[in-house]
Write a protein that binds this ligand. Structure first.
Ligand code: ZN
Length: 410
């Protein structure tokens, strides 16, 4: 049987960086195929059914049920790509066998240290084995730890037919980091009743709440005349924009918000002139009611401006982006409870914090596949300080296997 660490190292060495500048194709980079093809081969070798790698680099497979009991079809997903932000080429992982709680030299960059002074979470893993980068690349535990854990859990079930399980599906998907990959995933065709993304961070993490999100596109239109003749005629689009902005609650900005607090965030603004300014706001809230109130507030501020300066001075378009998956998960909350139970049975304490962003799981949930997010064990994603405690990775594989068993037990 292949060790899960050995698997992880094999996958981590394959560069799968995605590219968020590429908008017109999935996968955004050809390198993602390299890992997809290797996994396709390994899934076939494990003897899984319906192993399929489609033209957009979505790899899916099925482990058929071995019990007469009726169990829901559950699925596990992880993403193939690594962050667009940092190099994933020539990843040379370092293994620290028995971490002593001190600074870890990242040997590819002389003088560079992974230090508990900067990253105190390291101290939770004293006396454990850690995988780090050599300082020149990211590690790609996000999300190759998830892939390795899923593969390892499947291998365990295949080699232990005495363990009863229902039908389990797997999907390895491209371009999570560009945030658009999952839109190309065929959810009805996948045919799962519920799923877990294995894409979380530290040991015990279980995420099932995220923001409701919308964008508000605001354009102000001015009236430009010679400043000498401006009295009573000129409308300055830039000043109207500032006035609109000042109507929004100052304390509800991302720089003042945390936990379950939402915000209005002025995200982008064009270089303005008297004639016109364009701006984009991000509206975010976990609470659906407060979120609707934010959309309404933006609309009321727009109405006020238009009443004051004349209809059409300010145009507003609100585009809804994604919603809090909690709403979708509520009626099938066993999907969260079973994951919590699996962790507790393995001696782990589930840690659930509302995500201050979106996830692939949020999109899948709203496409009809309830999908919370499980930890894969890594820390400090998207850069050279990324590290993965080996024990957390092993626990991840065990939690996946335990969830499958619990669903088969009914
Ligand atoms: Zn990820």
């Amino acid at each position: 049987m292949t060790d899960v660490l050995e698997r992880f190292l094999r996958y981590a060495k394959i560069n799968t960086r995605s590219d968020d500048e590429v908008k017109d194709r999935v996968p955004t980079t050809e390198v993602q195929w390299d890992l997809a093809r290797l996994l396709e081969k390994e899934l076939n070798e494990l003897g899984l059914e319906d192993v399929r790698l489609n033209e957009q680099c979505f790899l899916t497979a099925t482990l058929l049920t071995n019990t007469a009991k009726k169990a829901p079809v559950i699925a596990f997903l992880a993403h193939l790509d690594t962050s667009t932000d940092f190099s994933g080429e020539n990843v040379r992982p370092q293994i620290i066998e028995n971490y002593d709680g001190g600074d870890i030299p990242l040997k590819g960059k002389p003088g560079m240290l992974l230090s508990p002074k900067e990253f105190p979470d390291l101290l939770k893993y004293k006396n454990q084995a850690l995988v780090t980068t050599d300082g020149t690349t990211l590690l790609g535990a996000d999300d190759k730890a998830g892939i390795a854990a899923i593969m390892s859990a499947f291998e365990h079930l295949v080699t232990h037919p005495e363990i009863r399980h229902g039908t389990v599906r797997v999907a390895f998907t491209p371009d999570e980091e560009t945030s658009y990959g999952i839109e190309h995933f065929d959810v009805p065709g996948f045919g799962a009743d519920l799923a877990y993304t294995v894409d979380g961070g530290a040991l015990g993490e279980l995420e099932y709440e995220n923001f409701n999100a919308a964008r508000a596109y605001v354009t102000t239109h001015g009236k430009s005349v010679h400043t000498g003749d401006a009295k009573g005629v000129m409308v300055n689009a830039m000043l109207v924009f500032f006035e609109f902005n000042a109507l929004l609650p100052v304390e509800q900005r991302p720089e003042y918000a945390e936990g379950r607090e939402g915000f209005y965030h002025l995200w982008k603004m064009s270089a303005g002139c008297v004639e016109q300014v364009e701006g984009v706001y991000l509206l975010r809230d976990h609470d659906a009611g407060k979120f609707e109130r934010k959309i309404q507030m933006v609309q009321e501020c727009a109405d006020f401006i238009n009443q004051k300066y004349g209809e059409g001075t300010l145009t507003l378009r609100v585009e809804r982006q994604y919603r809090n998956m909690r709403e979708v998960l509520e009626p099938v909350f066993h999907v969260v409870e079973i994951a919590e139970r699996a962790m507790r049975e393995l001696g782990l304490e589930p840690v659930s914090r509302p995500i201050r962003g979106g996830t692939d799981g949020a999109r899948l949930s709203y496409q009809g596949l309830p999908t919370p997010n499980l930890f894969a064990g890594g820390h400090n994603f998207h850069g050279p300080y990324e590290f993965l405690p080996v024990e957390s990775l092993r626990h991840c594989a065990r939690v996946i296997q335990r969830i499958i068993e619990l669903y088969a037990a009914g």
